[in-house]
Design a protein. Structure first.
Length: 168
């Protein structure tokens, strides 16, 4: 029986599981929203909330404890400078797990978004067929324009001195 046994194993070793959650939480604090499977989001939520609580304390010991779990010093700085003070008045519940409809195509896994509560990240807009076509056309025009001006510029440079001599 699994009485009081916490956490999911995800068919990974302890080291792999720990690093996976460290990377997920680092990405969460960097982008303030990540998409992953529902069970992984629920497990990563606990680590993220603990780190935000450390950031709210803001002392050196809390910074060192958080630095052990994050993989990027810039994200650690952001956690203590921006994210911690943002939740200073909030007594917990800093993250939210939004379950998405449907399953992931490759393995039929339930997908969820793990995000910080009260963030100002705009949801990504899916491209319509028209937007994709317009972007392809603009990209092709930019590529053609990048190739065309050097040839036109050389011709204009050659003609410019000749016309300047004619003016004299």
């Amino acid at each position: 029986m699994r009485h009081q046994v916490r956490g999911r194993k995800f068919s990974r070793t302890k080291a792999h599981r720990g690093m996976m959650f460290r990377n997920m939480v680092t990405a969460l604090f960097r982008h303030e929203r990540i998409q992953t499977t529902t069970p992984k989001a629920k497990e990563a939520r606990a680590l993220a909330e603990r780190l935000i609580t450390y950031a709210k304390a803001g002392d050196l010991n809390s910074r060192r404890l958080a630095a052990r779990k994050l993989t990027d010093p810039e994200v650690l700085q952001k956690l203590f400078a921006e994210i911690g003070p943002r939740y200073a008045d909030r007594p917990g519940g800093y993250t939210r797990v939004l379950r998405l409809d449907g399953l992931r195509k490759g393995d039929a896994a339930e997908v969820a978004i793990l995000e910080l509560v009260g963030n100002k990240v705009k949801p990504k807009v899916r491209d319509t067929a028209q937007r994709k076509q317009r972007r392809r056309i603009l990209k092709a025009e930019d590529a053609a324009a990048a190739l065309a001006p050097p040839a036109a510029g050389k011709a204009a440079d050659k003609s410019a001195p000749a016309s300047a001599e004619d003016d004299k």
